[in-house]
Design a protein around this ligand. Structure first.
Ligand SMILES: Cc1cc2nc3c(=O)[nH]c(=O)nc-3n(C[C@H](O)[C@H](O)[C@H](O)COP(=O)(O)OP(=O)(O)OC[C@H]3O[C@@H](n4cnc5c(N)ncnc54)[C@H](O)[C@@H]3O)c2cc1C
Length: 455
């Protein structure tokens, strides 16, 4: 890189949370002289973080929470002076809708995988309970370093019902995928480590991999929605924002890089979804590009319903739907029950989610059909008549990367290939976790890499 830090011009391609954090962190590390540009193909920044308006008040229509046990988001809120925005859930638990009945969500599982048979009783049949109870007596063949889809591991050891009724509803929530589309190693790294270490059974591996019991809230959120964090990051990054403008090409240039259509820059952070990153790296890093092109995405739709305040929603944070149920929605967040700050609103709020990996059909449904399906399915799972006052539909095409078997090795290869290239870094939800905290961490790492190699 030719220029000094003072004159550095850096492009951040993609203005989702990963790109915005990268831009902000670059500003902190490089100071006021650096010229930072954030380029986004959408007409606004934020990507999948989007706070819309429902019944006249802000409500998150993409991500609505973050894992509270990870430090990244609370730390970022503190840095922004936004710590008073931090809210925690009311503490109610979700239920699983399976066999046309709501079941308590089993406790002390690892992404729905039980460490003992008793936690599954009621959700699965008696034969499956017995099978789990006897699992530790069956020899387990696991090749250290191996990776399989979660379904294969769980169905083989515990039976299909555990995968479809306990694991799928949770993986559906995180990845808009299922146990069949997600690999053990990337989604459940502590479980893979326990298996690699020679755990004699899956039951044993899960009990080793479970985090220690904690009274800390599992999730956090922002009182006025993610928008306040996006605005603070954008302002403090001091970046120039070029929206409604997709990056169409990345090539080496005299100065370092050329990003079409913004021109010459010294360094680039690509914070775009995997398929876009693959296209941009096509000529610059063909091996990394080929590996990136193999990462598939799933689409989803969120329908936010504002209901009469006295709608008798159950005392649960949400309803997750098991695989195979004759419903169209895959999950409901009973937002007014989940969050105390939303319970104070004039209307009762519910978010219905649709769409799973391999089935994008709901993306093309009309708003009216989606709202009707959301209301009817919500009525089915709660047993309460649902009469929306208003509703907002938000479609997320290709919103979530699928962490398929082999994902960890794929990412290691991509990162190794890109690390060898000066002035280039990657950030985003396909790297080390789809959640907002993991995106923040990936962006911090990308910005530090650029800052360190530039000085
Ligand atoms: C419905 C839903 C609910 C979720 N809920 C949660 C949750 O509660 N908690 C949680 O932690 N996580 C949640 N997630 C996951 C999390 O929101 C995302 O993984 C995260 O926001 C992704 O951020 P990102 O910046 O990496 O990518 P994105 O937000 O996808 O941003 C990428 C950006 O790149 C831009 N772009 C694309 N192509 C180009 C181009 N050629 N040139 C320039 N720009 C381009 C896009 O317009 C976009 O703004 C949810 C995801 C979805 C879909």
């Amino acid at each position: 890189m030719g220029d000094t830090v003072d004159g550095m011009r850096i492009a951040v391609v993609g203005g989702g949370i990963s790109g915005l954090v990268a831009a902000y962190r670059l500003r902190v590390l490089l100071g006021s002289e650096a010229d930072i540009l954030v380029l986004d193909r959408a007409d606004r920044v934020g990507g999948i973080l989007y706070t819309g308006e429902v019944a006249g008040e802000p409500l998150d229509l993409g991500a609505e929470a973050f894992v509270g046990r990870r430090p990244e988001v609370p730390e970022l809120l503190r840095e922004m002076g936004l710590e008073t925005q931090l809210v925690t859930p009311a503490g109610l638990r979700p239920v699983v809708w399976s066999g046309g009945v709501a079941h308590a969500m089993p406790e002390r599982t690892l992404m729905g995988i039980p460490a003992d048979a008793e936690s599954m009783r009621g959700l699965v049949d008696a034969e499956t309970v017995e099978r789990i109870a006897g699992e530790s007596r069956r020899p387990l063949a696991w090749e250290p370093g191996a990776d399989v889809d979660v379904y294969r591991l769980i169905a083989d050891r515990f039976g299909a019902q555990v995968a479809e009724r306990s694991v799928d509803p949770l993986l559906g929530g995180v990845y808009a995928g299922s146990s069949r589309s997600i690999g053990v190693r990337a989604a459940l790294p502590t479980l893979a480590a326990a298996l690699d270490d020679g755990a004699p059974s899956l039951t044993h591996a899960v009990s080793v991999a479970l985090p220690p019991p904690s009274s800390a809230p599992v999730f956090g959120g922002l009182r006025d929605g993610y928008q306040v964090l996006l605005e603070a990051l954008a302002a403090r990054s001091g970046a120039k924002f070029v929206t409604a403008t997709p990056a169409t090409r990345l090539a080496r240039g005299l100065r370092g890089w050329v990003v079409d259509p913004i021109g010459a820059v010294d360094a680039v952070v690509l914070a775009t979804p995997a398929p876009v990153t693959a296209r941009l790296l096509g000529t610059v890093a063909p091996d990394a590009a080929a590996a990136l092109a193999g990462i598939e995405l799933s689409s989803s739709v969120v329908v936010a319903l504002a209901l009469p305040r006295d709608t008798a929603l159950p005392q649960n944070s949400g309803v997750l739907v098991a695989t195979g149920e004759p419903l169209r929605a895959k999950a409901f967040t009973l937002s007014s029950r989940k969050w105390t700050h939303l319970a104070e609103r004039e209307t009762a709020l519910v978010r219905a989610s649709f769409g799973k990996f391999g089935d994008d059909s709901t993306l093309s449904w009309s708003d009216a059909d989606l709202i009707t399906a959301a209301a009817e399915d919500l009525s089915t799972v709660t047993g309460v008549p649902i009469d929306p006052i208003s509703a907002v539909v938000q479609r997320w095409r290709g919103g979530l990367a699928q962490y398929a078997p082999g994902h960890t090795n794929r990412i290691a290869a991509i990162e190794q290939a890109v690390a060898a290239i000066d002035g280039l870094a990657l950030a985003g939800a396909y790297l080390h976790g789809v959640g907002v905290p993991a995106c923040v961490a990936s962006a911090n790492t990308a910005a530090r890499h650029i800052a360190t190699t530039a000085t």
